[in-house]
Design a protein around this ligand. Structure first.
Ligand code: AMP
Length: 444
């Protein structure tokens, strides 16, 4: 299938070509024609599959025909769980809608100053991209009128439910016309999502593309056993000095450890910054902009960055701390290998991560190899110890491989900052195996 066969208007097709796309992705090929018929959609698709264009192209097509009722309220509403994803969707709308005259896309997210948002809303909106909490605030103040709404998109609906937005969603949807079209996108189709779909969608067409079980074939995954925090830091230092590492996102389990680790890396001369939910929106946007422009090499983040960040230069994702949920693992590693590129995802695992590792492997139907770096191997465990082979899971092959990256024993890469490896200190309270919690927070 080609883009031309999808039935899109010429200005949209031209914008897609200008974006460098040659063929639609699987989710686009399946979802766009159905969406253009006006049907409701329930789509299960993996992060990085091209789902934003799958809903944004039909949304823009809708705007090529004037609305029968004059007014200021949006015709399309895209709800997303995080501010970052909202920004990402807004950028996609501007990219694909660049040849359409007078399409106004506005993003309404928490953390943004109200006066700026109020001004933008006053000037009229075609496509509103929002996080639920702030949108509801603005609706309650009478600044957003959804009576002209024609299309509602729930992006990453599973995450919105996880983040406790269920009641906000109900309140928002109750204010829009029942005649609207609705598209729901979710990585999983758990019972909560099905309930949401039943209440908000009308006879939807179900599309399943690249479910979470599908391995990320273009992302090389591996794990390193870390004895303790010091060992993690030496492994990280080594990996960040690899010349193959262009840009990396390093995930930690808490906001505080993200701050601490970013600080330590900075002190060691790495270009690093933290990103988490306690930061001001302006700071978060600046950090992301610097990641996008290539000015920032290492982003140390909580799961707030696990979704919605689409920076093609991210060559590595490093799980300094493993996520508790297997779904988060899939989302995190999906930050690399974007748009068909190759990516590397590396996780540090401690003795207490055994259960999570098993859950991740079951969830992804993959066995993730454990590798070692010469000079940075984990301490050998006594053969008689019950935990001497803690990560063997009935594998047919050897469970431990040697990673042939730059040798840890060699002097520090002169091009890299800080001299020989392992010289930064991360004073994290969340030492290896420390309790982890979901570390993102509601954006609004
Ligand atoms: P998404 O899943 O929407 O976040 O998209 C993931 C990445 O794929 C983004 O960098 C898009 O720019 C890119 N992308 C989306 N559609 C296509 C396509 N048809 N061909 C090539 N790249 C695409």
């Amino acid at each position: 299938m080609t883009f031309a066969e999808l039935g899109l208007a010429t200005p949209i097709l031209e914008a897609v070509t200008a974006a460098g796309y040659t063929d639609p992705t699987a989710v686009q090929a399946q979802a766009v024609p159905v969406a253009l018929q006006g049907r409701d959609l329930m789509v299960s698709s993996q992060t990085g599959s091209g789902k934003t264009a799958a809903f944004m192209l039909p949304a823009l097509q809708l705007l090529t025909v004037p609305h029968p009722v004059h007014g200021n309220g949006p015709r399309v509403l895209v709800l997303t769980p995080t501010r970052e994803l909202s920004m990402q969707v807004t950028r996609a709308s501007e990219t694909y809608g660049r040849n359409l005259r007078r399409v106004k896309t506005v993003s309404i997210v928490g953390g943004m100053p109200y006066p700026v948002q109020n001004r933008m809303l006053k000037m009229g909106v075609d496509i509103l991209v929002a996080t639920p909490g702030r949108l509801l605030d603005q609706m309650n103040s009478g600044r957003v009128d959804l009576s002209r709404l024609q299309l509602l998109v729930l992006d990453e609906a599973d995450r919105m439910l996880d983040m406790g937005f269920s009641e906000d969603l109900d309140a928002i949807v109750s204010k829009m016309p029942a005649s609207r079209q609705t598209m729901l996108f979710s990585a999983t189709m758990e019972p909560g999502i099905v309930r949401l779909a039943t209440s908000m969608l009308n006879d939807p067409v179900r599309i399943t593309v690249d479910t979470h079980q599908t391995p990320h074939v273009n992302i090389e995954q591996r794990m390193h056993i870390a004895d303790d925090m010091g060992h993690k830091n030496r492994l990280l230092d080594h990996l960040l000095r690899d010349v193959e590492m262009k840009q990396a996102i390093v995930f930690t389990s808490t906001k505080r450890s993200a701050d601490d680790l970013a600080q330590s890396l900075l002190q060691s001369g790495f270009s690093a910054a933290a990103l988490h939910g306690d930061m001001k929106q302006s700071q978060r946007s600046r950090t992301l902009q610097s990641l996008r422009s290539g000015g920032l090499r290492v982003l140390v983040a909580t799961d707030v960055a696990a979704r919605g960040i689409d920076v093609q230069g991210i060559s590595h994702v490093i799980n300094y701390d493993l996520p508790r949920q297997a779904e988060d693992y899939v989302h995190r590693i999906g930050r690399t290998g974007r748009a068909g590129r190759q990516g590397i995802a590396i996780s540090f695992i401690g003795i207490r991560d055994r259960g999570v590792v098993r859950t991740i492997e079951r969830f992804t139907s993959q066995t993730i190899p454990i590798t070692t770096i010469p000079g940075l191997e984990p301490r050998p465990r006594p053969a008689s110890s019950p935990s001497s082979r803690p990560y063997d899971r009935d594998r047919s092959g050897p469970s431990v491989r040697r990673h042939t990256g730059p040798s840890a024993g060699r002097p520090g890469n002169p091009a890299a900052p800080g001299g020989p490896g392992g010289n930064f200190r991360h004073r994290d309270r969340a030492a290896t195996g420390a309790p982890r919690g979901r570390s993102y927070s509601r954006p609004d």
